[in-house]
Design a protein around this ligand. Sequence first.
Ligand SMILES: *Cc1c(COP(=O)(O)O)cnc(C)c1O
Length: 222
Amino acid sequence: MTIANCLEALGHRLPPGVTLLAVSKGQSPEDVEQAYAAGQRRFGESRLQEAEPKIRALRQRCPGLEWHFIGQLQANKVRPVARAFVWIHSLDRLGLAQRLDRIAGDEGCCPQVLLQVKLRPDPNKVGFSPEQVTSQLPMLMHLSHLKLRGLMTMAPLGLEREQLHRLFSDCRQLAQQLRSHLPSAVARDFNQLSMGMSRDWPQAVAAGSTIVRIGSDIFGSR
Ligand SMILES: *Cc1c(COP(=O)(O)O)cnc(C)c1O
């Protein structure tokens, strides 16, 4: 199947209102261009070093691209990430959020951010625990250069369907709880759940995901 065919097939299967983020890590600028030609505008990258030249190369050729950072964010990469990406899905701790807020203020930008949460023990994943994100929310919501949009989570490997559904539902419930503590102006846009990748997006969508991050189901394996 071509990239365009895969995008079309996904477009038919995703319910309306669910945003498809095409994860282009490990793919060439030409692959992104093919997806662009098929109408895809939102792309996710997880490594700054790989993304920067790709984003630069495509700026002229593909106007209107929207880049989302989905990888683990290192403190010393915050400034270039804030410059290159308009969405950050992987804000995983308070200190990093405070740093991003300061830098966004400097740079005159206002990134759309998702708080990455870790709902099950997983040594390979980062993220706020539910307790941390709940207790730190009052500080997070006052970071005026960040646009808090919701939560992101990743499932550990090896869960059964039923467990996946429960995990993603827990994430949705946590987001609802947090939202109820936000002032209404912030709560209004705290409405996104970035959940689901190629192997588990149907379970994530069934549990209320609003953004699926899909790489290999579009571009083939990396
Ligand atoms: C790579 C990656 C994806 C996409 O994974 P696929 O299995 O290729 O769909 C989604 N989210 C994050 C955070 C990733 O790093």
